[in-house]
Design a protein around this ligand. Structure first.
Ligand SMILES: NC(=O)c1ccc[n+]([C@@H]2O[C@H](COP(=O)([O-])OP(=O)(O)OC[C@H]3O[C@@H](n4cnc5c(N)ncnc54)[C@H](O)[C@@H]3O)[C@@H](O)[C@H]2O)c1
Ligand SMILES: O=c1ccn([C@@H]2O[C@H](COP(=O)(O)OP(=O)(O)O[C@H]3O[C@H](CO)[C@H](O)[C@H](O)[C@H]3O)[C@@H](O)[C@H]2O)c(=O)[nH]1
Length: 332
C-alpha cells in the first residue's frame, strides 16, 4: 500500500518524454500537481520533460521498476501514454505492438492493483472505432478496429473495465482523435522527425525538411475528395487529462470519453490553412489513397464537456497549424 507519511502524492506519467505526455507534464506543472515520469526514450526526448519532474529512464514493462517508482514517489494515480503509435508498423509487427501496448499495460495495471493505486487515465484512440460508416462518432459506436494498433488499445480498454469491476481500479479512457499543434509557449512539441501525422508532415514540407507532402487520396466521398479528420490541439488534450485526473482523485466514476472538437477539416483545408498562416506554398503532390484510411473521422464530443467540464481554448484550425509551424521552425 502507499506510504501515507510520504506526501504529497505524485501522479506517475508513463511516456512523459513523448509528444503528448510532455504537454501533459507541463500542464500538470502549471497546475502545481506533482508528477514523476517513466520513459525509455525510444521515441521521447529528455529535453521534453520539465525540469521539475523526475525522469526515471526505463521500461514500463518492468514490474520491478514500476513497483519501485510507485513506492518511492507515493504514486496514487497513473497517466499511461507509453506505447507504440505507428499504424502501418503495427500491421508489420503486430506482436511488438501487443507487447508494448497491451502486455505492458497489463503489467502496469497489475502493479496498480497490487500496490493500491486506484486511478488511471489511459491514452486510447479513435482507431478503436475502425472505419465507422457514420459521423459524428459517439462513444457508443461499436468498436471495430481495422489494425493491430487499434486492437492493442481496445484490449487495454477492456482490461481496464474488467480490472475496474473486479479490483476497484477506476479509469478515464480518453479516445483521442487527431492530435496536432504544440505548446503555444514553445516548451515542447512533436519532435519525431519521421512522424507521419498530416500537420507535422505539411509543416516539414513547407520548411523544406521533406521534399513534398503527398496528399493521400483525392477521390473520397467528401466535399473536396480528401479525407476529413477532427484535429484537436495537444494543449486542449493536455487540459482534458488534468481534469480527468482531478475527477478520479475526487472519487469520480470510470468514464470513456472521445477527445475532439466535433468538427472536421479535410486534407485540402489543412494545407490551405497552413498556406494562409505562413504566406507560403506547401509543396504537395496528389497521391493514391493510403491503405486503411477511413474517409471521415469526426467525434461527437459532448460527453467530455459534460462530464469533465472541459472547455477547449485552442480550437481554431489556424491556431493549431500556427503553433505546429512555430514549433517546427524552432527545431534545428
Ligand atoms: N499522437 C496521436 O495522434 C495519438 C492519437 C491517439 C492516441 N495516441 C496515444 O497517445 C500516447 C502518446 O502518443 P505520442 O503521440 O505522445 O507518442 P510518442 O511516441 O511521442 O510518445 C510515447 C512515449 O512513450 C515512450 N515509450 C514507448 N514505449 C515505452 C516503454 N515500453 N517504456 C517506457 N517508455 C516507453 C516513448 O519513448 C515516448 O516518449 C500513445 O499511447 C498513443 O497510442 C496518440
Ligand atoms: O503525409 C500525409 C499524412 C496524412 N495524410 C492524410 O491526412 C489525414 C490524417 O492522417 P494522419 O496520419 O495525420 O492521422 P490518422 O487519421 O491516420 O491517424 C491518427 O488519428 C487517428 C484517429 O483519428 C488515430 O488516433 C491514430 O492513432 C492517429 O495516428 C489522412 O486522411 C491521411 O491520408 C496525407 O494526405 N499525407
Amino acid at each position: 500500500m502507499l506510504d501515507e507519511t510520504a506526501t504529497p502524492h505524485r501522479v506517475l506519467v508513463t511516456g512523459g518524454a513523448g509528444y503528448i505526455g510532455s504537454h501533459v507534464l507541463h500542464a500538470l506543472a502549471d497546475a502545481g500537481i506533482p508528477a514523476v515520469t517513466i520513459d525509455n526514450l525510444s521515441t521521447g526526448r529528455r529535453a521534453a520533460v520539465p525540469a521539475s519532474v523526475p525522469l526515471v529512464e526505463g521500461d514500463v514493462g518492468s514490474a520491478e521498476l514500476l513497483e519501485r517508482v510507485i513506492r518511492d514517489h507515493a504514486v496514487d494515480a497513473v497517466m499511461h501514454f507509453a506505447g507504440s503509435i505507428v499504424v502501418p508498423e503495427s500491421v508489420e509487427k503486430p506482436l511488438a505492438y501487443y507487447r508494448n501496448n497491451t502486455v505492458n499495460s497489463l503489467t502496469l495495471m497489475d502493479a496498480c492493483v497490487r500496490l493500491g493505486v486506484g486511478n488511471i487515465v489511459f491514452s486510447s484512440t479513435a482507431a478503436v472505432y475502425g472505419a465507422p460508416d457514420r459521423v459524428p462518432i459517439d462513444e457508443a459506436t461499436p468498436t471495430a478496429p481495422i489494425n493491430p494498433y487499434g486492437t492493442s488499445k481496445l484490449m487495454t480498454e477492456q482490461m481496464l473495465r474488467d480490472a475496474g469491476a473486479a479490483h476497484g481500479l477506476r479509469s478515464v479512457i480518453l479516445r483521442y482523435f487527431n492530435v496536432a499543434g504544440a505548446d503555444a509557449a514553445g516548451r515542447t512539441g512533436q519532435a519525431t522527425p519521421t512522424a507521419t501525422h498530416l500537420i507535422k508532415v505539411a509543416c516539414q514540407a513547407l520548411l523544406g525538411r521533406r521534399p513534398a507532402l503527398s496528399i493521400f487520396g483525392t477521390d473520397y466521398d467528401t466535399p473536396d475528395g480528401t479525407c476529413i479528420r477532427d484535429y484537436i490541439h495537444v494543449s486542449d488534450l493536455a487540459d482534458a487529462h488534468v481534469l480527468a485526473l482531478l475527477h478520479l482523485r475526487r472519487g469520480g466514476e470510470s468514464l470513456t470519453l472521445n477527445c475532439g472538437y466535433g468538427r472536421g477539416a479535410s486534407v485540402h483545408e489543412v494545407v490551405r490553412t497552413l498556406e494562409e498562416v505562413s504566406g507560403e506554398k506547401v509543396p504537395a503532390t496528389l497521391a493514391p489513397r493510403r491503405p486503411g484510411d477511413p474517409p471521415q473521422l469526426v467525434a461527437k464530443a459532448d460527453r467530455i464537456r459534460e462530464r469533465l467540464g472541459w472547455v477547449p481554448k485552442h480550437d481554431r484550425l489556424d491556431g493549431i497549424v500556427r503553433d505546429a509551424l512555430a514549433w517546427e521552425r524552432s527545431l534545428t
